[in-house]
Design a binder for this molecule. Structure first.
Ligand SMILES: C[S@@+](CC[C@H](N)C(=O)[O-])C[C@H]1O[C@@H](n2cnc3c(N)ncnc32)[C@H](O)[C@@H]1O
Length: 395
């Protein structure tokens, strides 16, 4: 990426040589050009004397890397974005020591005072709403607020959120299908209250989840209702876990793992997701339904199950993602299946719910040597694959 601040070699995370997608786009470039111009059409932005710079929602660290000389704080909900940023900074010879760049998550306390707030508009309007509410008390009347996104990502509802939570807002002309958002914060004592997190109770048709409470932080998958695929999964997952070590992989609000914990108090549940908001939701969902001290659970943010030991898991339950940021892809699901095979003990099982048309049975059969349909309905299937004993290779 060539910018007025320098040229950088950037990659997405985890790095995959077959990945054709760039780690930056025209929205990142537009914002960086605007900042360099110093006197944009929204007044001067002199970064060297600007004070504290906070970057919200940087996708793969393009903004943070280009602006590293100004000691920004990055705030992201994505473990992959954070790890990608760290790798890109490293490649540019910039560390993440406190004195250079600080990488925070949506669950961390924001900087005390923010003088420049740069917002890469996230896919989730709810996440934007929640984060603007969280940051608003740290913004002052002199804070320069500039948002950026592709034209297709910025809607009237996006601008209304900036207006409602921070102050008067307008947009730039589009350049290369990207647009900037200019917002002038006003000190107001009548700010509405952040509506997140939200909770709902599962109805009696939700299988082993019936009657449980789901707690949802902003931005997570299906935050306001039970997903139809998850509902079908809850109606189909095994109920004979017998104290097993079970992973709720890509846990979202953690309702699947919590249902197992309620049904089998001896089971040890590991909740994992790449979203900090999701793992916080899973923790809250678990606590809302499982009060007893002796319940065993871990809540881990990371890429799939890459943080678990090989052969350490009895059962993996997964409703895999079909998007990575804006792109529709099965790459993450396939990575999750391969990782699952590694962490399962011989005889351990991976259960997957998916839209029938994803055709995951072929991938599972290739990876595990077997795959059977555990449950099916017109739109969804639940597939089960069993890890086989490793056969010694012939000499
Ligand atoms: C389809 S949602 C399922 C959420 C939840 N299990 C449910 O059924 O409601 C997929 C989840 O995978 C998570 N995810 C995406 N990429 C991931 C990755 N590389 N590692 C771990 N989780 C990931 C998403 O954040 C999302 O919560």
């Amino acid at each position: 990426m060539t910018t007025p601040f320098g040229s950088y070699e950037l990659t997405r995370f985890p790095e995959d040589p077959r990945d054709q997608l760039r780690a930056w786009d025209a929205a990142d470039e537009y914002l960086l050009r605007h900042l360099d111009a110093g006197t944009g059409d929204h007044g001067p932005v002199d970064l060297s004397g600007a004070g504290q710079i906070t970057i919200l929602g940087d996708r793969w660290g393009a903004l943070t890397t280009a602006l590293a000389a100004y000691h920004p704080v990055q705030i992201t909900d994505s473990y992959l974005a954070r790890a990608g940023t760290a790798a890109n900074l490293d490649r540019a010879g910039i560390g993440t020591a406190k004195s250079t760049v600080r990488l925070l998550t949506t669950q961390d306390a924001p900087p005390e005072r923010i003088d420049v707030l740069l917002v890469r508009v996230p896919k989730s309007l709810a996440l934007l709403e929640d984060q603007l509410y969280r940051l608003a008390p740290h913004v002052h009347a002199g804070t320069v607020v500039v948002g950026t996104g592709m034209v297709k990502e910025i809607h009237t509802s996006t601008l209304k959120l900036f207006e409602k939570i921070l102050g008067p807002t307008r947009t730039s002309l589009a350049e290369k299908k990207a647009r900037l958002i200019f917002c002038t914060p006003t000190a107001t004592s009548t700010r509405a209250v952040d509506p997140w997190p939200v909770t709902y109770t599962l109805d009696e048709d939700a299988g082993s989840g019936a009657g449980l409470t789901a707690v949802n932080h902003a931005g997570i998958f299906c935050a306001d209702r039970l997903d139809v695929g998850t509902r079908f999964f809850l109606q189909s997952i095994p109920n004979n876990t017998n104290g097993a070590r079970v992973v709720d992989l890509g846990c979202g609000n953690g309702i699947v793992g919590t249902a197992v914990a309620v049904a089998d108090p001896k089971a040890e549940i590991v909740f994992t997701d790449e979203s900090y908001q999701a793992v916080a939701s899973a923790k809250a969902t678990f606590r809302a339904n499982v009060q007893r001290e002796r319940e065993r659970a871990d809540f881990l943010v990371g890429d799939g199950v890459s943080m678990l030991d090989p052969g350490s898991v009895d059962l993996v339950l997964c409703n895999p993602p079909f998007h990575s940021h804006q792109a529709t892809t099965d790459a993450t699901a396939l990575r999750m299946f391969a990782q699952s095979r590694k962490v399962l003990r011989p005889g351990g099982e991976l259960w997957v719910v998916a839209n029938r048309h994803m055709g995951y049975h072929t991938h599972l059969r290739r990876l595990f040597g077997n795959s059977e349909v555990a449950a099916s309905e017109p739109k969804f299937v639940v597939l089960r694959a069993v890890k086989q004993e490793e056969r010694p290779r012939p000499m």
